[in-house]
Design a protein around this ligand. Sequence first.
Ligand code: HEM
Length: 503
Amino acid sequence: MEESAATLIVYLLLASGALLWLVFIRNKEKIHLPPGPPGWLIIISLLRINFSNHSLQDYAYKLHQKYGSILTIRMGSRPLIMVSSHELAHEALVQKGSIFASRPPPQGLIKLFSTDQTSINGAPYGALWRDLRKNLMTQVLNTSPLKSFREGREWGMEVLMESLIAASKNKELGGVVTVIDHVRDALVCMVSYMCFGLRLEEKSIADIAAFWTELRHSGVGLPLNDLFPLLNVFYRKQGKRMRDLRGRQHELLVPLIERRRRALTEGKEVGRGYVDSLLFLTVEGGRRRLSEEEVVTLCSEFLNAAADTTSSVIQWAMARLVMNEDCQGKLYREIADVMGKRGRAVEEEDLRKMVYLEAVVKETLRLHPPEKIVLSHAVTRACSLGGYDVPAHAWLNFHVWEMGMDPKVWPNPSEFIPERHLNEEIDLTGSKQIKMMPFGVGRRICPGLDLAMLHIPLIVARLVQKFVWECKPGEVVDLTETHEFSIVMKNPLQAIIKERDSQ
Ligand code: HEM
């Protein structure tokens, strides 16, 4: 921890004071909240999480084992309700969708990086959120604009294949590649093309990739104090680092945005990108344009959401394929059946013929959703869930990973068995029934679902079509997780790759 020992003692005393306050000054409201641990236990547990490598997710998992699939954590006056049941998630997010579709007011880091709730993911349910989300869908993510970004995907794929072939031939590396490094660079090309409407120069791509690596390692993905402001005292230094990083993010993106603005006003633009739509978008009933700060926020939300989660899932998928030779062989045979043994590279249109590939991707998302808990939700008014009261100021977390691990729904849940998705069509939108919800469900469902379900299978298919993937001799794949923006492999997958044509 960053604070000196003396300061820590003061903080612990403060925390103890808060503890006494929680234990003795009970909230007098007579509402029927879901069960949960007493306040003193929560404070001790949160301090332990804060000082250790344990995650909030692991803590929540243990609590669900003890208190059931809906429980309350009370810190001060605002209850945090945690839900791990498929049925209750459906009741909240689909059946009562409009009530559970808001976001809590942001604290600390989230506030900083969402420009006070003008990112799509941070905006409360209302006019601004609707305008921003509709713009993203119609201008970028719907079928027709998505097709127009194909050149960007091909560019990313070229970058990926060239860098992997070079690495596989590099004698010093002995054919060993660190998968995530190559995949992330390729995705930065693809999504920056979608954002800025053109192929950025190598330097800009390298700067964007380097900045996001720094941000990922800065701990921004662990905003425990955003959920529990009582912990703010432990995050002061991190807060300063984040403000610096936000400043640098601004310096990185503003020149790219301004260049695009000039090209558009001078009629010199080529292609089209997300940023074009943001520069001319009017929001809140046409009353205002977006500020520069807000455009930076929305571009960085897009770049981050589209590249980070996707590359993390691809790394997990490749790890599972390295561990499961049979699955890798079966997947290769499917690709070869559709494309021919020495046929052309897999294209987007070929994916729909590859059912086993889709099953591999879904099984990876079930076991390794990039977010184990979807972004926090808030209600628009007091209501009920599963027979319990949900007060208007409550926050809710839905535990996606636990839903994917429920043995009543998924026999042998810890095993990687893509075949389980072949017999049954699992609808990832969960509109009729939820079995797994890696993209969330309901009004706040991830708008990038279709894009992710294009990028992930396309990249995995090309990787398996081109190379045989093997574990380093004498090593096993280490599935230990760590939380950056998303849940990633603590020790990034390193695999030996061999070009299939050269075998
Ligand atoms: C494997 C890839 C991805 C996964 C698993 C994923 C998952 C999620 C989840 C769980 C949420 C929160 C849902 C909720 O609050 O209930 C979310 C929200 C969001 N995602 Fe994704 N995502 C992925 C890729 C993408 C991509 C490619 C984009 C591209 C733009 C994207 C953009 C967003 C945005 C803007 C939101 C906020 C939606 C809102 O609050 O209305 N995501 N995503």
